[in-house]
Design a protein around this ligand. Structure first.
Ligand code: ZN
Length: 100
């Protein structure tokens, strides 16, 4: 196997926006139809949805595993190409500025 180097790319989770938690999907469904609920109709609504008790309204984000960050590996050759392209663009902009 050839050796391949990677760079870790980290970005804010697009699902929880870095907050690490999201609203439970059943609570989202509940809030769609219940604007000013009482305790009684909260329990009734969730019992009708086969819950013994209402689940926690906020749960860890499944997309980022509750970290708020998405990480992925990027082949270092792509990163080096990106840097090279940026340098080329900067050189081109500088050349145009000097010659104007
Ligand atoms: Zn997330």
């Amino acid at each position: 196997m050839n050796t391949v180097y990677y760079v870790i790319k980290q970005s804010t989770c697009p699902v929880c926006m870095g907050n690490r938690i999201v609203t439970h999907p059943s609570w989202l469904a509940f809030w769609e139809t219940n604007q000013n609920p009482t305790d009684e109709n909260i329990y009734k609504w969730f019992r009708d949805e086969d819950y013994a008790y209402p689940p926690n309204e906020e749960i860890p984000c499944m997309e980022c595993g509750g970290t708020g960050v998405i990480s992925c590996l990027v082949d270092i050759s792509e990163v080096l190409q990106f840097i090279e392209d940026r340098i080329t663009n900067l050189e081109s902009a500088l050349f145009q500025k000097v010659n104007s």
